[in-house]
Design a protein around this ligand. Structure first.
Ligand code: SF4
Length: 124
């Protein structure tokens, strides 16, 4: 039996929430890294994107979608690619969260931590 690809759009995905995202007015280049971006440049860009996500009214829907879809690129719901890689490696691929809400529940701690004042360098 062929294996289900790990990165895929969930069958119950909806996009209504994206109409309300705070990033609609932001520079899309903040959310996706340019080729060969590294180190402090990447950290600064991701931090700027996360600050926008922090105030976003649909952050949980966005993060839930990204985790369920195993989105490989970009900042989604305040989660950077690195943040999501940590989530993906922690979750059991045989019982991977696919249904709406399961991604947010499975990664609740990481979703909260990703935009914490400590993570954004606003507090120690
Ligand atoms: S959480 Fe961030 S990436 Fe997602 S819709 Fe809101 S601003 Fe955009």
């Amino acid at each position: 039996m062929p294996q289900q690809p790990l990165a895929q759009v969930p069958t119950d995905a909806t996009w209504y929430w994206s109409d309300h995202g705070s990033c609609r007015e932001a520079d899309p280049l903040l959310f996706f890294h340019p080729q060969n971006e590294r180190g402090s440049a990447r950290k600064r860009r991701e931090r700027a994107a996360k600050v926008i996500c922090m105030q976003c009214p649909v952050r949980m829907e966005c993060a839930d979608y990204a985790v369920r879809a195993r989105e490989p690129y970009g900042v989604w719901g305040g989660l950077s690619e690195e943040d999501r890689e940590r989530i993906y490696s922690r979750l059991d691929v045989r019982q991977y969260p696919r249904r709406r809400g399961e991604g947010a529940r499975a990664a609740a701690a990481e979703i909260a931590e990703a935009i914490s004042p400590q993570a954004l360098g606003l507090a120690r």
